[in-house]
Structure formats: C-alpha cells, structure tokens
Design a protein around this ligand. Structure first.
Ligand code: KIV
Length: 271
C-alpha cells in the first residue's frame, strides 16, 4: 500500500480519538520544506514548527531571539510540504506574554500567513488571558509546561523541572487550567516520568512528552537531535536514530576529494 493510500489527515479531533483508544501520538519538529516532506510522508502525526529553529536553524544559544516573521517563514515552508500531519507553529518569545491582544494578533498572523493548524504557547495561569483570547478567535492552542525554554533566564538552568511537590502541584494545576480553557493538547518537557503519567491520566486532552517518560499520550523530539545532526546536545531523554553529522561530513569530504582530484565531474556527468 502506498503512503498516499494510507494517508489520513490528522486533526485535533483525530488526536483526541487516538488518546481515547490508547494509540500513541508521534510528533517531530521541522522548519523547512524538504525535511517536512520526508517527515510527513513517513507518517508523523504532528509537525511542530518549534522555536527551537532559533537554535538548530539560526545557531542561537536560546530560543529567545527568533522573531515572529522568521517563525512565519518556517511555518510557510513546512505547511507547503505537510499533506497529512497537523502543523503546529510556536509563538515566539515576546509575541504573547503579558498582552492578550498582541497574542491574538500574533496568532492570527501565523494562521493567516502560514496556513498552519494550531499555535503553541509556553506557560500556565500566567498566560491564561492570552490563551483565552486566541481560543476565542477559533484558533486551536497547544500548551507547553515543565521546562519552558523561553523562560530559561528565569530558571537559570535546563535541569529537570517539577521534582519538588510544590512545583509538581503547580504544573498539574496549570495543566487543568489549560485544558479547561480549551487547549487541545499540552507538551510536557523534562519532568519526572511519574508526573507525566499522572497528568496524562487526569486530563482528557492528549499530553505529548519530551523527557516526560512513557506514560504520556505521545512523544516529541527535535528532528536534528533524532537524526544526529546536532552533536553537542545529549540529554538523557534523547534517542539518536542516526549519525547524520558523520554521514554528511563524509559525503562532503568525498566531494572535496573528487573535485580536487578532477574526478568529478566524469565523462557521464558533463554535456
Ligand atoms: O521548540 C521546540 O522544538 C519545542 C519542542 C522541544 C517541544 O517546543
């Protein structure tokens, strides 16, 4: 059976059904057309145009510098490629916090200019007004709790979040607040596996984990980490499925050698 004939468009409703029948949800990031086309054709359920583009595409140390215009550019490229997966675009830092009108305008720009299916925001009760306003415009919202990289300067470190009872209780409360507001799903990043399983059990909406253990409803990774394009980032939760850094590097070295030796192009590779 071809990929096309198996294809089924993933919607927020489909994701809820998957949770109900206990089918795990697979989500990966992509930021450009070519990668999104591969990821989508392989059958991924959700493509996240993450603000991790700030790190892996632009080379910044954090997710803070990426702009709304840049996220829209990445979003447009991915949406052009995604035939099957639900596409979620991150609202970048400074485009929704503390100003619900700005949050709505930023989300409307993302939806109108990229054609994405949903937006993602980091935070709980402190961004509730923004979440409500975006939802009131009929825009699906995915939450993001636990380690929220846009707040890295507040945390001061990328260590596991919500290990103590107080922070764990706040996270569970925030998850309920986001669900009650109408979010269709929540990402939980780098928290104890037990807590991830608890939130997934308590909530009706799909919970997607990254370093949140196996008890959640789905998993997300940054595609560059999974493929081994990034080398320096090695958290415990990361499983590398390839070492593309070495493979690409080897191919480039072979090409350089062939050019230098006038071995490329050969007789068949010319006009
Ligand atoms: O930006 C991103 O890639 C993310 C994932 C790590 C969940 O938010």
């Amino acid at each position: 059976m071809s990929i096309e004939s198996k294809a089924k468009i993933v919607t927020t409703h489909v994701l809820h059904e998957m949770k109900l029948r206990g089918e795990k949800i697979a989500m990966l990031t992509s930021y450009d057309f070519s990668m999104a086309r591969i990821v989508d054709a392989a059958g991924i359920d959700i493509i996240l145009v993450g603000d991790s583009a700030s790190n892996v595409m632009a080379g910044f140390e954090s997710t803070l510098p990426i702009t709304l215009d840049q996220m829209i550019y990445h979003g447009q490229s991915v949406v052009r490629a995604a035939k099957r997966a639900l596409v979620v675009v991150d609202l970048p830092f400074g485009t929704y916090q503390g100003n619900s009108k700005l949050a709505l305008n930023s989300s409307i720009r993302i939806m109108k200019e990229t054609g994405a299916d949903a937006v993602k925001l980091e935070g709980g009760r402190e961004i509730l007004e923004s979440v409500n306003r975006i939802l009131s415009a009929g825009i699906p919202v995915m939450g993001h709790l636990g380690l929220t990289p846009q707040s890295i300067h507040k945390f001061g470190t990328y260590v596991v979040r919500a290990r103590d009872e107080e922070e764990a209780d706040k996270l569970v409360e925030d998850a309920h607040i986001l669900q009650d507001a109408g979010c269709f799903s929540i990402v939980l990043e780098k928290i104890p596996a037990k807590l991830g399983a608890q939130v997934s059990r308590e909530l009706k909406i799909p919970i997607i984990g990254i370093g949140a253990g196996p008890g959640v409803d789905g998993q997300v990774l940054v595609i560059h980490d999974l493929l081994g394009i990034t080398q320096e980032f090695s958290p415990r939760f990361l499983r590398r499925y390839h070492n593309l850094f070495a493979e690409i590097s080897g191919a480039v070295q072979s090409y350089i050698k062939d050019v230098k030796n006038v071995d490329f192009p050969n007789e068949r590779e010319q006009y």
